[in-house]
Design a protein around this ligand. Structure first.
Ligand code: SIN
Length: 169
């Protein structure tokens, strides 16, 4: 069996899994937010970093990348996204015009690592000070912002945080 997966965070730019096809895509009714704690990638259980999850938001659009993968790749992805994310199936619009069903990893408000909303300056300073086994939280944000620009995507939340982070230096 083969599946579409929609990546909207590190899955856009850190592609450490095999895929059969890849193209830009978007989903509707969701927004990307730096509301999820990271215990295992960009922080630690004692000092979690802040990474993105999706929150439902009527009328909003979230841009990312679609991957066409073999079922067996889920084992790797489930492990990589194990800190609070769960698989959800949702309609996805591919850049080539097709609408398909995709699996997306969402960390909802009930998961143990959820941090939830905070002001943008608080989130930016949290990101500036966090590090984990996968690298700095700063790198996660800056690489995501750069990747979204390359996709031609607009995401005010991410770009505002990028500006705040860069202004600190
Ligand atoms: C994703 O990229 O689709 C999930 C969140 C992350 O791993 O950053």
């Amino acid at each position: 069996m083969r599946h579409w997966v929609f990546g909207y965070g590190s899955l856009i730019y850190k592609v450490d899994f095999p895929y059969l096809a890849r193209q830009p895509a978007h989903i509707l009714g969701w927004e990307r937010r730096f509301w999820q704690g990271s215990h295992d990638h960009r922080g630690t259980p004692e000092a979690p970093g802040r990474v993105v999850t999706l929150v439902e938001s009527a009328g909003q659009r979230c841009d990312g990348v679609a991957y066409w993968i073999s079922e067996s790749v889920f084992e790797h992805l489930d492990h990589r996204e194990k800190n609070g994310y769960q698989r959800l199936d949702t309609p996805m619009n591919l850049a080539d015009g097709r609408e398909v069903i995709a699996t997306v990893y969402v960390a909802d408000a009930a998961n143990h690592a959820f941090l939830g909303p905070a002001s943008l300056p608080v989130i930016a300073s949290h990101i500036a000070g966090s590090h984990g086994p996968s690298g700095s939280n700063r790198e996660y944000l800056l690489t995501l912002a750069e990747s979204l620009r390359e996709l031609g995507a607009h995401d005010q939340h991410v770009y505002d945080l990028e500006t705040l982070l860069l202004d600190r230096c």
